[in-house]
Design a protein around this ligand. Structure first.
Ligand SMILES: [Zn+2]
Length: 179
C-alpha cells in the first residue's frame, strides 16, 4: 500500500496547539468546569497513532467509540465510553495543499471543535451515537452550526476562509464508528 502523508514535527506542534485551544473554547461554551470536562474520555490522535482500520479516505477525521473499563472494579456498570478522535493527516494535508487560503491551524481548530462538540453531546445524551442515518445528518448540520457559533467571534489567521469553506459545504465530513 502507498504510504500516506503524515504531519511533520512542525505541523504536529500546530495541531497540538489547536487541540488545546479547541478544548478551552468548547468547555467554555458548554460552561463545563475543569472537573466536568471530559478528561480521559477521549483522545486525539494523528495518523501515526492510528490502527489501519481507523484510517479512512475522504473524511478529515472520524470518531471511534471504544468501551473503557475502570480498573478498580469488574462490575458491568463500570464500563464507560471512550472516544478516539482519529485525524486523517493525508486528507487534511491534501486540502491545505489544494487551497492556498487554508491554514493548518485554523482548519484543524475547526475539525477538533466540531469533534469535541459531538463528544460533549454524546456524553450529555443529547445525541445517540448509534442514531439513524437521517438523524446523523441532522446532527451533523447542528454540530456545524455550533462550531460556527463558537468560532465566529474568534480571530485567527485563515479562520474566515475555513468558515466560508464550511458554509458552502454543510455536509458530513467525519465518520462515526464503533470499535
Ligand atoms: Zn461531524
Amino acid at each position: 500500500m502507498k504510504k500516506l502523508q503524515t504531519f511533520n514535527t512542525d505541523q504536529i506542534k500546530i495541531v497540538n496547539e489547536s487541540v488545546e485551544i479547541a478544548e478551552e473554547l468548547v468547555s467554555n461554551h458548554y460552561k463545563m468546569s475543569a472537573s466536568q470536562w471530559l478528561h480521559r474520555r477521549y483522545d486525539v490522535k494523528t495518523l501515526v497513532g492510528l490502527n489501519p482500520d481507523e484510517v479512512v479516505h475522504g473524511p478529515y477525521a472520524q470518531i471511534i467509540r471504544y468501551k473503557g473499563q475502570r480498573k478498580d472494579t469488574s462490575l458491568e456498570s463500570s464500563t464507560y465510553d471512550f472516544y478516539k478522535i482519529c485525524l486523517q493527516d493525508h486528507s487534511i494535508l491534501a486540502i491545505i495543499e489544494q487551497l492556498s487560503e487554508m491554514k493548518l491551524f485554523s482548519f484543524t481548530l475547526y475539525i477538533i471543535i466540531h469533534e469535541l462538540i459531538h463528544i460533549v453531546r454524546f456524553s450529555k445524551f443529547l445525541q445517540n451515537f448509534d442514531a439513524s442515518p437521517e438523524e446523523k445528518l441532522t446532527e451533523e448540520a447542528r454540530v456545524h452550526e455550533k462550531t460556527h457559533e463558537i468560532l465566529k467571534t474568534i480571530r485567527f489567521s485563515g479562520l474566515t476562509d475555513v468558515l466560508k469553506f464550511y458554509n458552502k459545504w454543510r455536509m458530513p465530513f467525519d465518520g462515526l464508528q464503533n470499535s
